[in-house]
Design a protein around this ligand. Structure first.
Ligand SMILES: CC(C)NC(=O)[C@H](Cc1c[nH]c2ccccc12)NC(=O)[C@H](CCCC/N=C(/NCCC(=O)O)S[C@H]1O[C@H](COP(=O)(O)OP(=O)(O)OC[C@H]2O[C@@H](n3cnc4c(N)ncnc43)[C@H](O)[C@@H]2O)[C@@H](O)[C@H]1O)NC(=O)OCc1ccccc1
Length: 230
């Protein structure tokens, strides 16, 4: 069987870059209500508040930088592929720290903060500055329909047509810095286990899907990931 490594990352891998996690005591959802800010209904109800929420996170991301865990995964990708293996990095994160560290075989299943999408024609464009309801789509010209290119609760994740086949042929799977509470990502470890993969969990503590992991290493990602990837 051709070696095939699938890695899933969550907010925990970017915590040491200064980007908040969601469910930890001081997490994003302890300060903000995800129903108002991360659902299509919330956006329809108060687009100014939603734009404000994502504009603030976008400004925070400009100031952030990848750390040793992001770099270790980019180097692992190069080595794994050079030795003829298949490699796929799936992230729930909307930050671009994996790309900045050099990762290439990467799927943002929940979208990207530095992209915007037109709710009218679906065109996706780069967006590194504040977004507002006044903005017009550069493709169709419609005003007031631009939104962050992120996947909100109740919306279909991106790249599933590529992710599921990779899980079904995985020989190795690792979940890094994720609490395993949001679906369908929370089901990936089980899918990889069913496919016969050897599975690892690297996080600060055990997540929801703990019983699907063969090996666990709990600690800061900046320490556990380089140790695992070596
Ligand atoms: C809350 C949950 C129950 N709800 C869901 O799962 C719902 C479905 C659902 C509704 N009701 C249900 C009832 C039961 C089951 C499921 C549901 N899911 C959806 O709606 C999804 C869409 C969900 C996407 C929502 N958007 C996000 N983000 C983008 C926006 C934004 O970012 O603003 S979710 C967002 O929260 C999630 C947070 O999870 P984590 O990343 O794990 O972060 P968390 O803070 O929870 O944990 C951090 C971990 O790191 C660790 N850590 C901390 N510091 C460090 C450190 N330094 N080092 C290492 N680890 C560390 C901590 O210990 C902790 O374990 C991420 O996915 C993140 O992207 N869509 C869908 O299901 O469509 C259908 C479908 C299904 C299958 C196939 C096709 C279609």
């Amino acid at each position: 069987m051709k070696p095939s490594l699938v890695i899933l990352t969550g907010a925990g891998i970017s915590a040491e870059s200064g980007l908040g996690t969601f469910r930890d005591a001081d997490g994003v959802w302890s300060k903000f209500d995800w129903r108002q800010l991360a659902t299509p209904e919330g956006f329809a109800n108060d687009p100014v508040a939603v734009h404000g929420f994502y504009n603030a996170r976008r400004q925070g991301l400009v100031a952030a930088a990848p750390h040793a865990a992001h770099t270790a995964l980019a180097e692992l990708e190069t080595g794994w592929r050079a030795s003829g293996g298949d490699f796929l990095l799936v992230t729930q994160n909307i930050d671009d720290l994996h790309e900045r560290a050099g990762s290439r075989a990467l799927i943002h299943m929940h979208g990207e903060l530095f992209k915007a999408r037109c709710g009218a024609c679906g065109t996706v464009t780069d967006c590194r500055t504040d977004l507002s309801i006044a903005d017009a789509c550069t493709a169709c010209g419609r005003e007031g329909r631009m939104r962050p290119h992120v996947v909100w609760f109740g919306e279909i994740p991106l790249g599933m047509e590529e992710i599921f086949p990779a899980l079904e042929t995985a020989t190795h799977f690792a979940a890094i810095g994720t609490s395993g509470t949001v679906w369908p990502a929370a089901g990936f470890a089980e899918a990889a286990k069913i496919a016969g993969a050897r599975t690892w969990e690297l996080s600060l503590e055990a997540g929801e899907g703990g019983h699907f992991f063969d090996v666990t290493d709990y600690g800061p990602a900046s320490e556990t990931v380089p140790r695992w990837a070596r």
